[in-house]
Design a protein around this ligand. Sequence first.
Ligand code: RNT
Ligand code: ZN
Length: 421
Amino acid sequence: MKNSKGIEQAYKLAQERYAALGVDTEKALDRLGTIAISMHCWQGDDVGGFESAAGLSGGGIMATGAYPGKARTADELRADVEKALSLIPGKHRLNLHAMYAETGGKVERNELEPKHFASWVQWAKANGLGMDFNGTYFSHSKAADGFTLASADEGIRRFWVEHGIACRKIGAHMGKELGTPCVTNTWIPDGYKDIPVDRQGPRTRLKKSLDEMLARPMNRRHLLDAVEGKLFGLGSESYVVGSHEFYLGYAVANKVLLCLDMGHFHPTEVVSDKISAVMTFVDELLLHVSRGVRWDSDHVVILSDELAALAQELVRGNYLDRTHIGLDFFDASINRIAAWVIGTRCMIKAVLLALLEPTARLRQMEAEGDLTARLATLEELKTLPFGAVWNYYCTRANVPAGDAWLAEVKVYEKNVLRNRS
Ligand code: RNT
Ligand code: ZN
């Protein structure tokens, strides 16, 4: 897709097709340019972090695959993120985990401070990126028995509460420094592999821990707190303390953000259907855009029907301004930078598709009871020249259109990634 004249001609034709349906493509592209996607750092090193050479261990999440070239240091990870972002249209954000601290020696997680993220913040500033943040409640000796904030061991529970408090200070610092609120998310692995007798105790303790963590009010211009539930994980198949119902209740009662991860529900449940329900009761939402495949909740995001439906809900319900779109997947079996580029570009494509929908027209059909026309129109929309608009958007944003980004990733692989052992 090098021919920019061809891209422009194709766009003009597409623009006319959409205009005939009452859709202003220019308006859609301008709006699209304002939507920031929070790209997760952990795709770049298989959720390893830089605390130890061993990387990910325990916590019910697992990256599979052995593709060469993963980032081994923060500098390498930043370089890889920069490469990926250079191939993605628009201005976005970086989502960091606490285990990516640069401490220059052992610092316990409950003692982390903003200064341990100074290089990240400085780099984000230089690259014009906002940042989001996450406590890391896994891959740690104090999480070895599968319990953290819900632990019955008071010393362990306290340690993780302190970690949570530290993370909120770090998040607030990032938000203040970067001039955009830092969504600081809490996901914990706590649960049982087999059927528990006491389902109530751990949940009571989790509530207490969250209350302690969140006790100190913070400036919402700097920090937004989010909580993320899950149906099950590896090693927590029978019982997860922080279930969806638990956190939905917690978020509503405490006015924090709810995080919905697309891979965290029963396979027949869809997050797209939950948005309008949840948004009736919470002010703001964090999404972890992911793709569940059988037991895995974290495959690379593709332009699936569900991704399109998710974006449609955000646009149709006018929820974009109340939603923080974050990505959460990790695949170690393919080029990790390509994984970022594919997933992030697909998320943006889904939003564009939704912005190009003649929603008012469809709503009218529905309101008039013409459900035949509704179905017919929705199906016809699928073959409109969306690709021409997308390519034009990429060209306009000075990033490769079509599949031209892949050649750049291959060059980077040859020149940079291959030299990492
Ligand atoms: C795990 C959660 C969580 C993590 C990241 C690394 O099931 O989805 O969001 O994937 O924090
Ligand atoms: Zn998640």
